[in-house]
Design a protein around this ligand. Structure first.
Ligand code: HEM
Ligand SMILES: *[C@@H]1O[C@H](CO)[C@@H](O)[C@H](O)[C@H]1NC(C)=O
Ligand SMILES: *[C@@H]1O[C@H](CO)[C@@H](O)[C@H](O)[C@H]1NC(C)=O
Ligand SMILES: *[C@@H]1O[C@H](CO)[C@@H](O)[C@H](O)[C@H]1NC(C)=O
Ligand SMILES: *[C@@H]1O[C@H](CO)[C@@H](O)[C@H](O)[C@H]1NC(C)=O
Length: 511
């Protein structure tokens, strides 16, 4: 072959690569944008290659109301945590298109529209956004949160029995034990004279212990090592502010990407060997009461989960379960610190339910007012601020509009939970009694209250989180009375979940 032919071939290859690239990153998104606009969807104009990301990163000038001093924080947080969505809603309404890089997203904050979406596509036919799957691979892998189609049906079918009430009840004493350790330390701090504790940090740490125990057990060295490495991985994942959806952006954070990948491999290896040794245990051995043990025990026939899938479920429970529950508790203690009357109401309920005994499954079911408080905290400060889907084939919603295959759907839970049109004029007030007679808190539309998602994909761990929540809150309120520290700085923000960005310092008075 002559040099000329070689050069020609090389040129040809480059040309093909360039046109494929142009198709993937320019033509295809352009085509989708054109189809969406033709179907009547509006939204901010995207640019290449960042879509609307620059607009989203823009710092807003806050004109705070004078009443928002440190001790009178406002619960009207939508425009604080999602300034761009609040702004776009004013121009384009509650359903519109925006772009994360070269990925189209349909923004939805309209409950009736979500109902229409659910009636068109069954739970198993929804996708989860491919961009997030890739970005969150180290955390969730192919666990329940991310799997799709028949695989999701199989995973859901096998995992659901592990979360049954009787299985969960067997975890109560271990949750009480972890929590008592934490409270013992808080008592030591307060009796040494200090009164201020950053409860967010301690609660997240302890919730991670509780969920690690509940998921795969940490009573041996391997379990402990997995737990330590998962915490390290979480720290590494949250140091980089990732540009999800932007082509090649992961190379901007090559160091973190590499570090999390290595940690991920180590964690997988350890979990594999835990599973291996449990598989080899004689059946006469007492079964393990953690979720992994329950999955292995129920994993009998041909549709069983593979070891790889079990590993991913362990990680999914850890990352999907601990921070969400810890934040529900953190925001609740914040709201109670601002509302001493509700501390008293709950304390009375706890005393009556326990009747001098220990916490058990019976006491937990008696804590109805605490359930209202949990719902109200999840409404005002929803730890999972959004729910996502991806359309796997063209779908027709409502009268005419077709949503093209591949479009991502981003449901703004914070937006709906703070929508005056759905909740009325007291939307931004802490009023747990709104849940007294209605599981939707009197919301005008039952799809307007979605702290745990919706449809068949609703959170599988919600009863576990409710149990943990009730145990921790009961023990805290029995021992301490709470008020907000003057050092608290109200600045809720989104780091995957909705967190207080400067921690949650509270003043604890021993009772
Ligand atoms: C207050 C605490 C929690 C909140 C706010 C929360 C929220 C959510 C949300 C919003 C979803 C997505 C639902 C959807 O896409 O429609 C979800 C799914 C899920 N959650 Fe939770 N969660 C919590 C606790 C937990 C716990 C404790 C666990 C496990 C130990 C857990 C495991 C899962 C799993 C596995 C899924 C995927 C379910 C599926 O797709 O079939 N979550 N959660
Ligand atoms: C739980 O909290 C206590 C007190 O803050 C601490 O001693 C303990 O180590 C925590 N558990 C974990 C796993 O961090
Ligand atoms: C496997 O077990 C599940 C229930 O655990 C059952 O629904 C399913 O039909 C079983 N599949 C086979 C092939 O036996
Ligand atoms: C929902 O679907 C119904 C029936 O197709 C339609 O009349 C209605 O406008 C839709 N609502 C929204 C918000 O899309
Ligand atoms: C949670 O518990 C309630 C009863 O308290 C039950 O009706 C519901 O099915 C449970 N949910 C899950 C996901 O297990």
């Amino acid at each position: 072959m002559s040099i000329a032919t070689l050069l020609f071939l090389l040129l040809l290859v480059l040309l093909v690569i360039a046109s494929v690239g142009a198709f993937i990153f320019l033509v295809s998104p352009g085509l989708t944008e054109w189809r969406l606009r033709k179907n009547g969807f509006t939204g901010p104009t995207p640019s290449f290659p960042l879509g609307n990301i620059l607009d989203m990163c823009k710092k807003e000038k806050m004109n705070r109301e004078p009443s928002q001093g440190p001790l009178q924080p406002s619960h009207d947080i939508h425009s604080l945590v999602f300034p761009y969505f609040a702004r776009w809603c004013k121009s384009y309404g509650k359903v519109f298109i925006y772009w994360l890089g070269t990925e189209p997203f349909l923004y939805v904050a309209e409950p009736e529209y979500i109902k229409n979406l659910s009636s068109v596509v069954a739970a198993k036919n929804w996708g989860k956004p491919t961009v997030f799957k890739r970005d969150r691979k180290p955390m969730f892998g192919d666990g329940l949160i991310m799997v799709e189609g028949d695989n999701w049906v199989r995973h859901r079918h096998i995992t659901t029995p592990a979360f049954s009430t009787s299985k969960l009840n067997a975890m109560i004493s271990s949750m009480v034990e972890s929590t008592s350790n934490m409270l013992g330390e808080w008592s030591a701090i307060t009796s040494a004279g200090a009164r201020e504790v950053d409860i967010e940090r301690d609660i997240i740490r302890n919730a991670s212990e509780i969920i690690a125990k509940a998921s795969f057990g940490i009573n041996n060295d391997e379990g402990k090592a997995v737990f330590e490495k998962l915490k390290a991985m979480q720290a590494a994942l949250f140091t980089s502010n990732r540009l999800v959806g932007v082509p090649f952006s992961k190379y901007l954070h090559a160091k973190e990407t590499l570090k999390t990948r290595r940690l991920g491999e180590e964690i997988d290896g350890l979990l594999f060997s835990i599973i291996e040794s449990r598989n080899n245990e004689r059946p006469s051995n007492a079964p393990q009461h953690d979720l992994l043990g329950l999955l292995i025990a129920g994993n009998q026939n041909s549709s069983r989960l593979t070891s790889r899938e079990l590993v991913d479920e362990c990680k999914t429970f850890f990352f999907g379960g601990h921070e969400t529950t810890a934040l529900a508790l953190t925001w609740t203690l914040f709201l109670l610190a601002l509302n001493p009357r509700w501390q008293t109401i709950l304390r009375e309920e706890i005393t009556e339910a326990m009747g001098g005994g220990d916490i058990n499954s019976n006491t937990l079911t008696k804590l109805t007012k605490m359930t209202w408080v949990m719902n109200e905290a999840l409404r005002l400060y929803s730890p999972a601020p959004n729910v996502q889907r991806q359309v796997r084939e063209d779908i027709r919603v409502g009268d005419n509009a077709v949503i093209p295959k591949g479009t991502n759907i981003w449901i703004d839970v914070v937006g709906m939970h703070h929508d005056r049109a759905l909740w009325g004029d007291d939307v931004n007030e802490f009023r747990p009694e709104r849940f007294q007679d209605s599981p939707y808190g009197g919301c005008k539309h039952r799809m307007g209250f979605l702290p745990f998602g919706f449809g068949g994909r609703v959170c599988v761990g919600r009863n576990l989180s409710m149990m943990e929540y009730k145990i921790v809150l009961s023990l805290v309120l029995q021992r301490f009375s709470l008020s907000l520290s003057p050092n608290y700085n109200h600045s809720p923000s989104i780091m995957l979940s909705l967190r207080p960005s400067n921690g949650m310092p509270l003043i604890l008075e021993p009772l």
